[in-house]
Design a protein around this ligand. Structure first.
Ligand SMILES: Nc1nc2c(c(=O)[nH]1)N[C@H]1C(S)=C(S)[C@@H](COP(=O)(O)OP(=O)(O)OC[C@H]3O[C@@H](n4cnc5c(=O)[nH]c(N)nc54)[C@H](O)[C@@H]3O)O[C@H]1N2
Ligand SMILES: Nc1nc2c(c(=O)[nH]1)N[C@H]1C(S)=C(S)[C@@H](COP(=O)(O)OP(=O)(O)OC[C@H]3O[C@@H](n4cnc5c(=O)[nH]c(N)nc54)[C@H](O)[C@@H]3O)O[C@H]1N2
Ligand code: SF4
Ligand SMILES: [Mo]
Length: 703
């Protein structure tokens, strides 16, 4: 490369697990990325990035980047490593996986999530490898599977309101989400709607940054959203605030629903939710009346309300609301949970599930739920469970920090007989337990193609710079491992370009004109799809209607009608436990972190400060806790320390610890997942991170 050259602009995509999936423009000078900006022309990005990714070069060129393979020399978890060559690393891994696989390939487990959401560096070459070897399958439930299940039973498919029309809505309900922190580009459009006169209502037990900026904040008890939706339906139906035409043409089970909601009087609803009956009535009336006037009403349902026992049912109940009032008729109206099913991904090509069946006598291997990894790593072989997990390959995830009941997760990872490989950018809490630690490239160093869950554009990521040090893309690491083990199928020599070129199914009308070479030039391309997906019905359910009554739910052993499932841990549902541990604790995302990513970027960590616990003045006073005091948060599963912030932002009975801290950056080497449980949701086998009771006490000074 010339020593003095003009800067060039490279089109890229934000890889992080965020609905916005921004289009990036990376400035590169002399082979060095100097700046990352949002593409002003991409409709949802609109030239804006969040604080985290506008500092992306700080992360890429961070002094702690892993730049060569390493082997553990200290004890597991201690984090002591020595440098080795790629040859030695790959030979060691291949030899160990062959040995385990000769006994039983299902003793091998991949562990990955959405460190990158790219279709190439995510589950393409990696899944081909694990399918071919016959490893256990990983059920990737840690984030969205409860709500996805509830939504699919009701609406049929994860399509929803189009973000590009949000500014046209007149009433926006932000339900269990904090878009200022976690969905910024949606929030920008909400702000535009507000300027045009829209009313904003937040439904959240915590006065989040976003709730603070809404006209109204309904602070219900955590885990009671399903009840609030039932109470709203009671009012809408009994006061006839309905779109009868839409109901007749495009829904199923209205009469049964009408019967079901009768018991959900405003007072009963209010008692369950810990709010007033007036709040229930007024919310329903405003929602129904706005729709009646022909105004666009939008519910943004997010993840906060799914992380409790009845999380699937909560989303299902909320998903009934727009059909009752006909909100789906308008672009920008209805509901947005996720847009991920908009994308016709070519899963059979990307992941090659056929390889698994072919090499395993036509039967799938066992499935392990990523959300119960703590228990599962500690399980012995049994007829029920299958073989003990003997080898784990972790990529795109940091389970020791993010998985529930962390004490058990760390205990599992500490097993001397477990062989652990971690592919990472940094020495995370999980990396500390690796036997072999491999340096992976960041988004600026590899190519990828992306679908999203917050808009409907296919997105291309070009490599802006060469890999740093000896880092390699995930895809290349699995390609090399496949070769070492002796897999000869052609798919293991597909280049990243070849994978990207077929990532979307061109036989599907939405992606009919997908062309990877062109997308690399343009950066982004909208799927061919309408802005109002259910304006004319056409739901993805078996009946093609929005199913108030779901025969599939009945067949799956669930209540076929909307109902309320109380949390595992709450004063109302477990009084004995609440006596010991009276405070509900939630640990939603901190604005300057992305799950546990970015915690090690100094400037962002400095902005967050240190682990905090927001606690209501009454709850603090009762415990002799003053603002700024060090407190201990505990239950039977574990404990952690944090600095108290005494504030009415947390409703009485609720404490909030914004997350997800790396354990090694907190005073006591612990984070919020010490107290979370491995119990699963009613549907989708998802974790219940926000279904937790704790006690909080002031630490004696000096602790
Ligand atoms: N900055 C930043 N952005 C992120 C992330 C991040 O870590 N940081 N994470 C990304 C990921 S992986 C995801 S899944 C999404 C998450 O996106 P969101 O679900 O929007 O997550 P939060 O922004 O925390 O909003 C959750 C809100 O739900 C509230 N809540 C908790 N329990 C309940 C409840 O029972 N009922 C109701 N109604 N509300 C409740 C919390 O108080 C919180 O304000 O964000 C993505 N974007
Ligand atoms: N208490 C509590 N726990 C939670 C949550 C909560 O709200 N509260 N939220 C939950 C949710 S919604 C989610 S989605 C999960 C998220 O959990 P994870 O998906 O594990 O997300 P991160 O913690 O960001 O870890 C991703 C890791 O992938 C790495 N990575 C990024 N890109 C690449 C790459 O190209 N190659 C490789 N090899 N590595 C890469 C990053 O460096 C990072 O360490 O956490 C869950 N845990
Ligand atoms: S984290 Fe979200 S808001 Fe920030 S740049 Fe990435 S996609 Fe955009
Ligand atoms: Mo998530």
């Amino acid at each position: 490369m010339n020593s003095v050259s003009e800067p060039i602009l490279v089109r890229a995509v934000c890889p992080h697990d965020c609905p916005d999936t921004c289009a990036l423009l990376v400035t590169v000078k002399d082979g060095v990325a100097t700046e990352v900006k949002g593409d002003p022309d991409h409709p949802t990005t609109a030239g804006v990035l969040c604080t985290k990714v506008s500092r992306y070069t700080d992360r890429t060129y961070h002094k702690d980047r892993l730049l060569h393979p390493m082997r553990r020399v200290g004890k597991k978890g201690e984090g002591k490593f020595e440098r080795i060559s790629w040859d030695e690393a790959l030979d060691t891994i291949a030899a160990r996986l062959k040995e385990v696989s000769a006994r039983n390939p299902q003793a091998i487990l991949p562990y990955s999530y959405a460190g990158t959401m790219g279709l190439v560096q995510g589950e393409s070459m990696a899944m081909r490898f694990f399918n071919r070897i016959g490893a256990s399958q990983l059920d990737r439930t840690i984030c969205a599977s409860a709500g996805a299940a509830g939504y699919k039973y009701t609406v049929g498919t994860r399509l929803g309101a189009d973000t590009e029309h949000v500014q046209d809505a007149r009433l926006i309900i932000i339900w269990g989400g904090n878009p200022i922190a976690s969905n910024l580009h949606f929030w920008m459009r909400v702000q535009e709607a507000k300027r045009r006169g829209a009313k904003l209502i937040a439904i959240d037990p915590y006065r989040s940054l976003s709730a603070e900026k809404c006209h109204q904040h309904i602070a219900l008890l955590p885990g009671t959203d399903a009840a609030l939706a039932l109470g709203m339906m009671h009012v809408l139906i009994n006061e006839n605030l309905l779109d009868t035409d839409y109901i007749v043409q495009h829904t199923l089970g209205f009469e049964q629903l009408k019967q079901r909601v009768q018991e959900w009087t405003p007072q009963h609803t209010a008692d369950v939710c810990g709010i007033s009956a007036e709040e229930v009535v007024q919310l329903a009336r405003e929602y129904g009346a706005a729709a009646r006037r022909g105004e666009i009403t939008l519910i943004r349902a997010n993840y906060g309300l799914q992380r409790v026992r009845g999380g699937g049912m909560a989303v299902r109940n909320i998903a009934c609301l727009p059909a009752l009032v006909g909100a789906w008729r308008h672009a920008g109206g209805g509901l947005q949970l996720s847009t991920s099913d908009s994308f016709p991904k070519n899963g059979a090509f990307l992941q090659r599930p056929d390889l698994l069946l072919q090499h395993n006598n036509g039967v799938p291997t066992r499935t392990i739920n990523m959300s119960t990894i703590g228990d599962d790593l500690l399980r012995e072989a049994s007829a029920d469970f299958g073989p003990r997990v003997e080898a784990m390959i972790v990529y795109n995830s940091n389970p020791v920090a993010v998985a529930p009941e962390s004490g058990k997760v760390a205990q599992g990872f500490a097993r001397e007989d477990l062989f652990t490989v971690v592919l990472e950018h940094f020495q995370t809490d999980t990396a500390d337990y690796a036997d072999i630690l491999l340096p992976a490239t960041t988004q600026l160093e590899h190519i990828d193609v992306h679908a999203t869950y917050g808009h409907v554009y296919m997105m291309a990521n070009n490599a802006a710079i060469a890999p740093l040090g000896e880092a390699k893309p995930n895809s290349e690491i699995f390609r090399l491992l496949a070769a070492r083990i002796g897999f000869t199928e052609d798919c293991f020599s597909d280049s990243d370009d070849a994978i990207a070129a077929q990532a979307f199914d061109r036989s599907h009308p939405r992606a009919a004109d997908y062309d990877w070479e062109r997308l690399k030039q343009t950066g982004w391309q909208r799927l061919n799809m309408p802005a109002a997906p259910f304006a004319e019905g056409g739901f993805g359910t078996p009946s093609g209607k929005c199913e108030f009554y779901s025969a599939r739910m009945l067949a799956d052993g669930l209540d076929p009608l909307p109902t309320y499932i109380a949390p595992y841990e709450s004063a109302a549902s477990n009084a004995a436990l609440a006596q010991k541990y009276p405070l509900a604790m939630i640990s939603p995302p901190a604005r300057n972190f992305l799950n546990s990513s970015f915690v090690n970027v100094q400037s962002l960590r400095d902005t967050e400060g240190e682990p905090h616990l927001d606690i209501h003045p009454d709850d603090a006073a009762a415990r002799g806790i003053v603002n700024g005091a060090e407190v201990r948060i505990f239950n039977d599963r574990g404990s952690m320390l944090a600095k108290a912030r005494v504030t009415p932002k947390a409703r009485v009975g609720l404490v909030v610890g914004l997350s997800i801290w790396w354990k090694k950056f907190s005073g006591d080497g612990k984070n919020a997942n010490e107290v979370t449980s491995q119990r699963l949701t009613d549907m989708g086998n998802a974790p219940t991170f926000y279904d937790v009771l704790v006690q909080v006490e002031a630490c004696p000074s000096g602790v």
